[in-house]
Design a protein around this ligand. Sequence first.
Ligand SMILES: Cc1cc2nc3c(=O)[nH]c(=O)nc-3n(C[C@H](O)[C@H](O)[C@H](O)COP(=O)(O)O)c2cc1C
Length: 213
Amino acid sequence: MIKALGLLGSARKGGNTELLLQSVSAGIKSQGVNVELIRLSELKIAPCRNCGGCDETGVCVQQDDMQQIFDKLLSYDIILLASPIYFMGVSAWTKALIDRCQALWIRKYRLNKLPDKARSERKGIFLSVSGMKKPTVFEGAKLTVKSFFATIHVTYLGNLLFPGIDEKGEIAKHPTALNYAQNIGEQLVREFKNPEFRISIEPSDMMVEHDRK
Ligand SMILES: Cc1cc2nc3c(=O)[nH]c(=O)nc-3n(C[C@H](O)[C@H](O)[C@H](O)COP(=O)(O)O)c2cc1C
């Protein structure tokens, strides 16, 4: 059974990141796969303190809601990481989750102790929106996401990035964004089910521009 996880790094209900994530999820669900949605802003996930508590074990010693997420990051087949751009990077909720993966970094790179399931073929996509249309607006976030997916041993398939989307829910007015996102969700599952099929998303990057503003 294919398992998909959607990590939502925006607190804005009905906001652009949520709509984008819901559309990819709808595409995944249309292929018979459930998507577990986690709203990071509703959880208590403290930042990493670099306390060294995970150095010998690869297990984080901070007892908060992140403890429910570690296993999912190492076992779900599809990981959708969705964050708006805040100050040229991912949102603080998203970054707190990523930084806490230092424990998994230790497990993978120092202890060589990732479970077999984590090492199986798993795939991730980054979804994001930004208010500005500056060409470099997603660059910082993409570097962070690359390092996150590498750490949890997930293949980073690409990005769905929509610049120039600022008002709450504005992405719904975009002529193609949400349909496109749904189609990507469908393709993701098809790629899992059919070894011949490859999702048509650039391996490292895909910028979907639009005409507004
Ligand atoms: C704290 C904060 C920081 C932001 N920083 C940036 C930024 O650096 N660059 C940018 O293009 N947009 C920035 N934005 C705009 C958001 O990316 C934009 O409004 C986006 O549509 C929000 O997505 P949401 O509806 O999912 O919350 C910022 C918004 C907030 C609230």
